[in-house]
Ligand binder design. Sequence first.
Ligand SMILES: O=C(O)CCC(=O)C(=O)O
Ligand SMILES: [Fe+2]
Length: 348
Amino acid sequence: MELLCNAPAHATVPDRYVFPPEKRAALQLNDDATSDVTLPIIDLHHGTLSDNRRRIQVAAEIIAAGKEYGFFQVVNHGVGDDAVQAFRDAAAGFFALPAEEKLPYCSYDMSKRFRLATSTSYDRGETRYWRDYVKFRCYPPSDDNVRCWPSRPASFVPRLVEYCEAVHGLAQTLLALIAEGLGLDKGFFAGDLSGGDTHMSLNYYPPCPDPTVTMGLLAHCDRHLLTVLSQADVAGLQARHGGRWLLVRPVPGAFVINFGHQMEIVTNGVLASVEHRAVTNSVAVRMSVATHVHPTDGCLIRPAPELVDEEANPAKYREFMFSEFMEAYDAADASREGVLEFFKIHHD
Ligand SMILES: O=C(O)CCC(=O)C(=O)O
Ligand SMILES: [Fe+2]
C-alpha cells in the first residue's frame, strides 16, 4: 500500500492525486471569503455545571449553535491539554514508524479492528485523497479492542486509554446537555444510543506541494451520533453552511463537535448532521483525531416521541436498527441525501 507517511517530502503532486477542476475546493485555506462568519465557541465551564442557571445557559448555547451550524467548538471542557498532547504525540509516532512495522496493519478490509490505509475507505482506483488514516475501536478498553492496538510506539496504548477515558466523559457531558437543551430526559442518550464501541479516526495529512489541485478528505456526514475532534493548531477542516464552506478555525485547546446522522434522526431533524471535508496545506503536517460516539449495533433508532407531533411535526424518519444504517451508508457511498432517503418518511 502506498502510504503518504512513508514517502519522503513530496516535491510535486503525483497525477493520481490531482482532482479535475470541478472537484477541487474553490475555498482554499487562505481565502478570506468566510471571515464574516465564525463558528460558535462555547465555554463548558468545566466543574461548575452543577449550578443550574449556568448549566441551562450552556445547554441553550449548544442547541442554538447546533441548530444554526451543526458544528461548534468547546473550550474549558475538562480534558487536560497534557492528555491531548500526549496522545497526539503518540499517534504521530505511529505514522512515523518505519514502513515495515506498519505493514501488518495496512488493510481496506472494514471488518479489521485496527487498520491503516490511505485516501478513502475504498481503493477503487479513483483520484486519491491526500490523507492516510487509522480507524479502530478506541473505547471501552475491552480485551477484544485492546488486543488489536499496536505495541509501538510504547506510549500509544497508555496515552490512548487516558485520552479516550477523558473524551468519553466529555461526550457524555455534552449528550446530557443536548438532552436537557431539547427538553428530553437528561439520560436520554446515555443507554444504547451512545453505548456502542466508540470509534476513532486518526487522519494524517502531510504537507502538499499544491493544495489547489488536491483534497484531504471527501465531503461527508458522519454516520453515528456525535463526533469530538481535535485538530490542534493546523487548519484544514471545512463545514458546509447555507451553500458555502466555512473554515473551522483552530482554537487552542478546543474540541470541534458535530452531529452524526443518528442525532439528526433521533431529534427529528432539529440537530442536523452537516457535511464537512478537509483541504490540504503546503506548510505543516495536519493530524486530526476524531472520536465517534456510536449506538450499539442492535439499538433501535427513531425520532424521539417528545420531538414528534402527529399533526404539526410528524416523524421524518422511520424506525430502524443501527446496524441497518451502517449497511445503507456504505451502499450510498456516504452521500448525505442518498443515505437518509432509505429512512425518510414522505408526508404529502
Ligand atoms: O480531518 C478532519 O478535520 C476531518 C475528519 C473527519 O471528518 C472524520 O474523521 O470523520
Ligand atoms: Fe467526519
